[in-house]
Design a protein around this ligand. Sequence first.
Ligand code: SF4
Length: 321
Amino acid sequence: MALAHILDGLADYLQHRIEEGERWAEISPATLAALRQPAGALHHSPAPARTAPAIAPPASPRPVPAAPPPVAPAPDRTPRAAPPPTSVPVAHPPPAPPATRAPATPAVATDRAPYTRFGTTPALDAIASRVAACQQCGLCKQRQQVVPGQGNPHPELVFVGEGPGADEDQQGLAFVGRAGQLLTRMILAMGLTREDVWIGNVVKCRPPENRTPLPDEMAACLPYLRAQLEILQPKVIVALGATALKGLLDVQTGITKLRGHWLSFEGIDVMPTYHPSYLLRSGGDSGASSRYWDVWEDLSAVLQRLGRPVPARKKPAPPAG
Ligand code: SF4
């Protein structure tokens, strides 16, 4: 009888593991010993460590094998008849409690998501280090921090603005002020998050009083962005505003005429559209401004170019707070 209880307990334990989605189970000698203990003591037994030798389905009375063959997922394959290598009498050993799993942390998808660099690579870090020490133009003199850009180091989509503002200068992160929050809402409306994309600027240091970067400042800084894009290898660049487009492509045509038209930078598709700051001055994303719907049309074209579904055209939620 005692042996049968041990086997029942072991079988139930394996069944729990299977129901938890485990493809194979590991049972340490400590767990085996725990199965032999009285019920009260067993509830305090530690969970089997993953590094412990695994036990195969006890199809033979041989000792525990060193290699961990997988436990078959079908319940009817869970062995019950073969005796484990023990003869300790145990009365009604309950099954070991199945390992509990912490629920996956849901992705943060709000326009107030904490802004971080999300991810990087040594090559991107090397560029950021060079930017941090750069004095190639006069914008280095008043910067608090450089803003090299941040986001997914393997993005399909990159957003490029003209330069950091006051919030970005303080935090060292691109698009974190009001315009950044609007950009975040635009990204969310596309069915993406900031973690999916990479965001940067043509110049990495804040122009004084948020003035437009000068042509020589953009020319001095563009090699950094060019090097970043060579690493990032996006499928599409969204150029935010006339200055970003001019810095990238040195075009003289205004953004109003070029937005919505595909261009190319180093072989990468470029979609020009309005800068979020311009949208804020034109009614934001309340839906009242036709400019917002122009941008949505441009971003929809981007999604189609990426082979992604285009969410239904709807007014985005207003900013929280
Ligand atoms: S804006 Fe660019 S080129 Fe000018 S100092 Fe900053 S990093 Fe260097």
